[in-house]
Design a protein around this ligand. Structure first.
Ligand code: ATP
Ligand code: MG
Length: 453
């Protein structure tokens, strides 16, 4: 995650270039929109509220990088991000998801994101406190000491010395499996209410175990037996929950959503009115109408309070094969002032996509082969041949853009992927001849290619 100040449009494009080939116009627009948000945040006074986000519609066929661009910018900025499919929404009053759920989802995302950050902030202190709590159990203070009535300093010094010794042992891990008795920590449960999905996992609390322990404890005894290690972990969670202020968490998350949130609405063309039978598609324009106030800026109720959507950045995307952006209701069009077309990808693009991105397919497969002790290399001529086959398959069948590279590559390497690990296979060099021999029969046979590629 980069610091926002350094995220100039040029810098953003540079970062996107590491992952996405071509589509320069789209990268540029997104970069400017992001920077404009930062610019707005620097402004003080009334005019700040007047500046509306540069919502964008990315127009382009499938598999050319629309989603990838949006996902990368959210990673880059660390901004809360959700991707929703416009076609999944139905008008209020009908069965299906209501459009406001996208804002709730975004807020949930931000809460767990901020929570994770806060956890890391307080973890050192929580660990320190947990250690002290365990030491208190392992070496209980005498009643006198607790009441601060120790007259004998020597006794206190002795206690502190053993405590330090015990601390060393504890931190070295040699006490991990020792059994101790702790009080059940049921008071942590209320904290869970504010946590969405991922947050729950973070807590890593074993409730079943806790409950069993409690019920097995014969009435009077309110302690549970466990190991030092488990108790330590449990105390850390308790302390983390105690140290994180719920109010601050929600406030920070809300701010992050309202100032930096990004909502990616995929398949926006699916809710455009295609006026086939001379009548409007009521349900589709209904969804658009529901969408409008959110994009225009309104307050959406969530379990964390009202979220103002005025400055959330909306990036919509669609293939717009039959529908056009002008088929959207005019008010909605007005809220997406920036339209960018993404190009379909050529054979030359495929060559670059195979090699250049930091996460390119060839690099991914090289790593996978390496995990089996096999060195995988590609001749440049082989890469060209793979790109040629991918372009050809897109032409012969359906154009699925760069996604075709995945199927082609997988078909090509299938035998190796099955053979590994192998005593005799230590390196694989993919040549042009191999690519042609593997892929030609597949592409030649209509049936084969339809199912495999
Ligand atoms: N221009 C590109 N450069 C590098 N990789 C790309 C490019 N376009 C697509 N890809 C890769 O192809 C896959 C699909 O891309 P993406 O999800 O962005 O498609 P999309 O344009 O959103 O398509 P759809 O309309 O089907 O949602 C991803 O793995 C992505 O990394
Ligand atoms: Mg997509």
């Amino acid at each position: 995650m980069l610091n926002y100040v350094h995220l100039t449009p040029k810098r953003i494009v540079e970062e996107l270039d590491k992952y996405i080939i071509g589509q320069d116009q789209a990268k540029r627009c997104v970069a400017i929109a992001l920077r404009n948000r930062w610019r707005r945040q620097q402004i003080s006074g009334d005019i700040k509220g007047e500046i509306i986000p540069n919502n964008i519609i990315l127009i382009g066929p499938t598999g050319v990088g629309k989603t990838e661009i949006a996902r990368r910018i959210s990673r880059l900025t660390g901004a809360p991000f959700v991707k929703v499919e416009a076609s999944k929404f139905t008008e209020v009053g009908y069965v299906g998801r209501d459009v406001e759920s996208m804002v709730r989802e975004l807020m949930n995302y931000a809460v767990s994101q901020i929570r994770e950050m806060m956890i890391e902030e307080v973890r050192p202190e929580a660990e320190k406190n947990a250690t002290e709590m365990i030491l208190d159990i392992l070496l209980p203070r005498s009643k006198k000491m607790k009441q601060n009535r120790v007259s004998d300093n020597a006794e206190y010094d002795r206690y502190l010395r053993s405590r330090e010794k015990m601390r060393k042992k504890l931190l070295s891990g040699s006490l991990d499996d020792k059994e101790i008795e702790i009080e059940p920590e049921l008071d942590t449960t209320p904290n869970l209410e504010i946590l969405p999905g991922p947050g729950l996992e973070l807590l890593d609390l074993d409730f079943t175990e806790m409950l069993t322990n409690i019920f097995q404890g014969k009435g009077a005894s309110r302690t549970i037996k466990t190991t030092v290690h488990t108790a330590w972990k449990r105390y850390i969670e308790t302390e983390i929950n105690r140290l994180i202020s719920k109010d601050k968490l929600i406030e920070t998350a809300k701010n992050s959503v309202e100032e930096n949130g990004i909502i990616f609405i995929d398949e926006i063309d699916k809710i455009a009115n295609i006026d086939k039978q001379g009548g409007l598609d009521v349900s589709r324009s209904g969804v658009q109408r529901d969408l409008l106030p959110i994009v225009e800026g309104s307050k959406v109720p969530t379990k964390y309070g009202m979220i103002d959507t005025s400055h959330i950045l909306f990036i919509a995307a669609g293939a717009f094969h039959s529908a056009k952006p002008s088929d959207l209701i005019p008010e909605l069009q007005g809220r997406f002032p920036i339209r960018v077309e993404l190009n379909s990808l050529t054979k030359e693009d495929f060559e670059r996509i195979l090699i250049e991105p930091e996460n390119s397919l060839t690099k991914q497969y090289q790593e996978m082969f390496r995990s089996e002790g096999v060195e995988l290399t590609f001749m440049l001529s082989a890469i060209r041949e793979i790109a040629r086959f991918a372009a050809l398959a897109n032409e012969k069948m359906e154009d699925i853009g760069a996604r075709r590279l995945h199927t082609v590559m997988n078909t090509l390497l299938d035998d190796f992927l099955f053979e590994m690990p192998s005593e005799t296979l230590k390196s694989v060099k993919i040549t042009k001849k191999m690519v042609t021999e593997y892929l030609n029969p597949v592409i030649e046979s209509e049936d084969l290619s339809r199912f495999i590629l």
